[in-house]
Ligand binder design. Structure first.
Ligand code: UDP
Ligand code: MG
Length: 317
């Protein structure tokens, strides 16, 4: 029996790039006659004609399957829906804007077929065409998260990777509500080959990620895969308690020896404000974790599919 490749493609307002992606993906898949294939497009609540385009494509090619969300659930949810519904022996996640070139697939397949690896992941070797401040923050993020968590996240790693079935099953099992796929891929382990490639600009349309959205996403990543911020908060508490004892001693001794307790109002206010700030900061950190726990305990579904051409699709999970 032929092995099957599933391509998972999250799409949010991608009406312009989809035809380009489809053409390129079909070209590459046709070059791989030894494999069956399916293209699993996940329409993440687009407000443009993405769904219409997908329906047209599915009419043209029976390998096209679409899962359409009832609203925008985010790329993480879209990828999860893809993993839950992909039936291939090999599964790849790729962006609809051709920034993850399908032309790399044959090489990635070869590497997996050789049997030495369970997944082939891609990383950009350059950040050309990206604002320098964004690159700077991205580098910092990778440094920090690798230092403080178990999820080993490679700098420049993209979500684009080809995986064997076992790995996909493990990802589906990781059903946490707050998802950070780069962390999940790293956390589950398996033998991964890193394939470097030059950054490609998006073929059409615009990026959905503002600097602010990326910044928030990176904080998510840290909170989801590390307890370090909590430890930091505890340590700050211990250190400042120690300092306050020393200061207390200092004030008492000064009063006894010099008899002058009143001076120093300004420094007092500074200290009170400073400690107030630290306390709020630490409370905030705890709040972040508590908020995550709150959401996890609700066990809300990750996604809701309102329309699809797959009869036995997992529609809510
Ligand atoms: N995407 C999605 N849901 C969202 C935002 C993005 O499914 O809420 C998809 C988008 O259609 C694209 C991929 O995620 O296929 C990557 O998005 P984008 O190209 O905007 O990000 P960038 O490449 O600029 O990081
Ligand atoms: Mg992109």
């Amino acid at each position: 029996m032929k092995k099957k490749i599933s391509l998972i493609v999250p799409c949010f307002n991608e009406e312009e790039s989809l035809p380009f992606f489809f053409e390129e993906a079909v070209r590459v898949l046709n070059e791989l006659p030894a494999y069956d294939s399916e293209m699993l497009f996940v329409n993440d609540g687009s407000s443009d004609k993405t769904l219409q385009v997908l329906k047209e494509l599915s009419g043209k090619d029976e390998r096209v399957k679409y899962l359409s969300f009832s609203r925008n659930f985010g790329k993480e949810a879209a990828m999860y829906a893809g993993f839950c519904n992909a039936s291939g022996d090999y599964v790849a996640v790729m962006d609809a804007d051709l920034q993850d070139p399908p032309s790399l697939l044959p090489r990635m397949l070869d590497i997996l077929e050789s049997g030495e690896y369970d997944s082939v992941a891609t990383r950009r070797v350059s950040r050309k065409g990206e604002p320098p401040i964004r690159s700077f923050f991205a580098r910092m993020f990778y440094k920090i998260i690798n230092r403080i968590s178990d999820a080993d996240v490679v700098d420049g790693a993209r979500d684009f990777r080809l995986m064997k079935r076992d790995m996909v099953d493990a990802i589906v099992k990781m059903s946490e509500y707050n998802r950070f796929s780069k962390g999940i891929f790293g956390w589950i382990g398996f033998r991964t080959y890193w394939l470097p490639y030059e950054n490609v600009e998006r073929v059409a349309g615009e990026t959905k990620w503002s600097f602010w959205k990326l910044f928030k996403y990176s904080l998510e990543g840290i909170v989801n895969f590390s307890q370090m911020p909590l430890t930091l908060a505890s340590w700050m508490g211990i250190i400042f308690t120690a300092i306050s004892f020393i200061m207390l001693l200092f004030v008492v001794v000064r009063k006894i020896v010099f008899g002058d307790p009143v001076a120093g109002w300004a420094s007092l206010v500074c200290i009170v404000v400073f400690l107030g700030g630290i306390q709020l900061f630490c409370l905030g950190i705890m709040g972040q974790y508590q908020a995550k726990t709150y959401l996890e305990t609700k066990k809300r579904p990750h996604f809701i599919i309102s329309e699809t051409n797959e009869e036995d699709a997992v529609k809510v999970k």
